[in-house]
Design a protein around this ligand. Structure first.
Ligand code: C2E
Ligand code: MG
Ligand code: MG
Length: 720
């Protein structure tokens, strides 16, 4: 290839390469970006439409040109016929002149000429043509016009059509000549152009109509079904699968999808039902109960004046049935209870098993508390009818706690919690009791008031007493201290546990004189034992959060010690973790003052609160008491000793002694000893006992190490 050719080839390949790049980038854009099927179809049809319109244009131009050529030729041929006829009879060339003049005046004709024997124009309708030669590049035919290039010398444009030539004979002269006819193509074109536009318009309209029909058809049979299928798939099978398409491939895909959606939703529904059902009784479970209660509350909120009743029924001593008759019998009993509750429930009520032996009933349209109580006692009576379980004749008692929306709580959790509280009260009242929450509240208030009143009297009349529980050194087995625990023997109620009256005392402020009394009594007693020559031990007194926040606590304690002549090293105060974590700075100040007096501080129930280790370092603490709940599992083979070990190591790292409270067995004792615990307190070493009994216990306390065989015996003492 020559350099010139190569350049032109290279020049041609540049636009081609650009075109290719454009197509490639278009293809990438289409494939990479999401274009809806509808957009794709519309673009494709638009492209086809544009091509059709272009083809219509090309065809119109082609048709315009061919019909123009045909008309021009037939004009030339018409003129030619007249000239040929005249030539047949002409004697001389000039005989043709009138004919040429005549035909030249015909419409659509610009001129006509005949050449002489010398090949120059001899006769012409236009004087300017005369004497000029013709240059004809195509072979001429006789008597039939042929299109030739326009004769430039005769004022033509070269390639522009319109000039026709043919050969003629002059039989009389025995000569030949060439005839030139120039048709007025411009005039013909202007006559034809309207037809061409008409044709073009019809073709374009036809193309547009065709495209529209195709697009409608495509929309109906492809786009719309695929869009419906997409909607069907995206909505997870909502609507009818048939909507996605007729009985073709799209329809088949829709049906397969629909089947899989159906299978999935059936599976989910089954799971939801299973998750909300109690397997044993077939009733709803606790979560079902709660969600139904929420629905019923929501429905009730919309209607003014309606109430929802919530009932929790608990079987009395169900554990005994399991333990004595076996778990199968227990299961049968639960199933029977479920059947009875289901049978007694009214339309719209929900019955569920919400715990091991606990059932819940929701009464969504209860009129008043009396109605709820009536239904509850009907259920309790029905459950209580005697029945046979295998060979046994049984009678099962039950209790019910009741709450009413909206009076007893405005949300499901509160209503269930309050029904539980009412149930606890019902259990206290005994078999078959049904208690309304608001009665329980009332009772509790009365009880609190009674306790407060009686406690005040007990304090004034000196009806309280202290029990002492020994703390034993784990290495030597010797009693090294005692915890003073308050006891109240009520004239009518009998023994009232501190867990019941201490909170009442704290709330009413009675705890301040109470602590004063305990401190006084414990110090007095300790001094008395020392005076009797018993081993000198420290006595621990529990103080409450309220005591700890009183500014006169240090003075009170100092005065008490002085009054009884007891050295501060024989007194220890027990504070709980949660107490010291509130108002930390105030508490630390108080504890430091006490510590500076020489009084020991012990942190009680350690591990149950949330003490920050950073604070622990700042507390002037002498002892940590590992809470009973951790000691309980310490001998457990698995990982029961993890927490006690961490507490012991932590305490030793801080230089603090560790006491384990609630030690009940030899295994626990030995495990704690192995873990490096310093002291133990609990029923194993000795129960809390009255002062006189403790005195004997202390007197008999071994001077040396506690031998293994002696330990259980040493663990005697009164039950408290
Ligand atoms: P605490 O200070 O943690 O006392 C230990 C509790 O555990 C005592 O219960 C004791 O009888 C019990 N206990 C001891 N060893 C064992 C054992 O081996 N097994 C089991 N299961 N229990 C054991 P108590 O006497 O009923 O006292 C309960 C709580 O009442 C005390 O817990 C203390 O917080 C408070 N308390 C007792 N007396 C007073 C007091 O004089 N003033 C104040 N503010 N609170 C007191
Ligand atoms: Mg204590
Ligand atoms: Mg404790």
């Amino acid at each position: 290839m020559e350099p010139g050719e190569r350049e032109s080839a290279a020049g041609a390949s540049v636009p081609l390469a650009r075109l290719r790049a454009l197509v490639a980038s278009l293809r990438e854009a289409v494939s990479n970006r999401f274009l809806s099927l509808r957009a794709k179809v519309v673009s494709l049809l638009t492209l086809i439409g544009a091509v059709l319109v272009a083809l219509a244009g090309i065809y119109t131009i082609y048709d315009f040109r061919t019909s123009l050529d045909l008309q021009a030729w037939s004009r030339a041929a018409g003129v030619g016929d007249a000239i040929i006829y005249a030539a047949r009879n002409a004697e001389t060339l000039t005989d043709l002149e009138p004919v040429i003049d005549a035909v030249a005046g015909a419409p659509g004709l610009k001129g006509a000429a005949v050449t002489g024997p010398d090949g120059l124009v001899a006769i012409s309708s236009l004087p300017s043509w005369k004497g000029k030669p013709l240059s004809i590049d195509v072979p001429l035919k006789k008597n039939e016009p042929v299109a030739i290039a326009q004769q430039k010398r005769l004022g033509g444009y070269g390639r522009y059509p319109g000039d026709y030539a043919f050969a003629i004979d002059f039989p009389r002269m025995g000569e030949r000549a060439t005839v030139l006819v120039r048709v007025d193509v411009d005039q013909l074109a202007s006559l034809n152009i309207a037809d061409a536009w008409n044709l073009m318009m019809w073709l374009v309209i036809t193309a547009i109509l065709a495209i529209l029909s195709i697009s409608l058809l495509l929309h109906r049979i492809v786009v719309a079904p695929i869009e419906a299928l997409r909607h069907f798939a995206e909505s997870g099978g909502k609507g009818k699968a048939e909507a996605a398409g007729p009985d073709d491939e799209i329809g088949a895909v829709a049906r397969v999808l629909s089947a899989s959606f159906r299978a999935r939703s059936e599976g989910e529904a089954q799971l939801i039902t299973l998750a909300a059902t109690d397997g044993l009784t077939g009733l709803g479970n606790r979560s079902h109960f709660k969600s139904r209660l929420m629905q019923d509350i929501a429905a009730c909120e919309r209607e003014e004046g309606r109430s929802v009743g919530v009932m929790i029924l608990n079987l009395d001593n169900f554990k005994d049935v399991n333990d004595t008759l076996g778990h199968d019998a227990g299961d049968r009993l639960l199933q029977r209870t479920a059947e009875i509750l289901r049978g007694c429930a009214r339309d719209g009520d929900t019955v569920a098993r919400i715990g091991g032996d606990e059932f819940g009933v929701i009464m969504p349209d209860i009129k008043n508390a009396d109605d709820a109580l009536q239904l509850a006692s009907r259920l309790v009576r029905a459950v209580g009818t005697p029945f046979r379980l295998g060979a046994q004749e049984l009678q099962q008692a039950a209790c019910v706690g009741l709450t009413l929306y909206p009076q007893d709580g405005r949300d499901a959790d509160v209503l269930i919690k309050n029904a539980d509280l009412a149930l606890s009260r019902a259990k206290q009242e005994g078999a078959g009791a049904c208690v309304l929450y608001r009665h329980e509240l009332h009772l509790r208030a009365i009880e609190r008031n009674t306790i407060e009143r009686d406690l005040r009297t007990a304090l004034a009349r000196n009806q309280l007493m202290l029990f002492y529980q020994p703390k034993v050194d784990i290495a030597t087995g010797r009693v090294v201290g005692a915890e003073a625990l308050i006891r109240w023997r009520h004239e009518e109620r009998g023994f009232v546990p501190p867990s019941l009256f201490i909170p009442v005392a704290e709330r009413s402020g009675l705890v301040v004189p109470l602590t004063k009394w305990v401190l006084d009594e414990a110090c007095r007693q300790n001094r008395e034992w020392q005076d009797q020559g018993l081993p000198k031990i420290g006595v621990a007194v529990n103080v409450s959060a309220i005591d700890l926040r009183r500014t006169d606590l240090t003075d009170t304690i100092a005065n008490t010690l002085i009054r009884h002549g007891l050295s501060p090293k024989f007194l220890e105060l027990e504070v709980t973790e949660s107490m010291v974590m509130q108002d930390v700075d105030v508490v630390i100040g108080t504890l430091r003052r006490l510590r500076s007096l020489g009084i020991g501080i012990g942190i009680d129930d350690f591990g149950t609160g949330y003490s920050s280790l950073a604070y622990l370092k700042r507390f002037p603490v002498k002892r940590l008491k590992i809470d009973r709940s951790f000691v309980h599992d310490v001998a457990d083979r698995r990982d029961g000793d993890v927490i006690p070990k961490v507490i012991i190591d932590l305490a030793h790292a801080l230089g603090v002694k560790v006491v384990a409270e609630g030690v009940e067995t030899a295994d626990q004792y030995e495990r704690l000893q192995a873990l490096g615990c310093d002291e133990v307190q609990g029923y194993f070493a000795g129960r809390p006992m009255p002062a006189a009994e403790f005195e004997v216990f202390l007197r008999n306390s071994p001077a040396g190490g506690l031998r293994r065989a002696e330990r259980p015996a040493a663990a005697g003492g009164s039950a408290a």
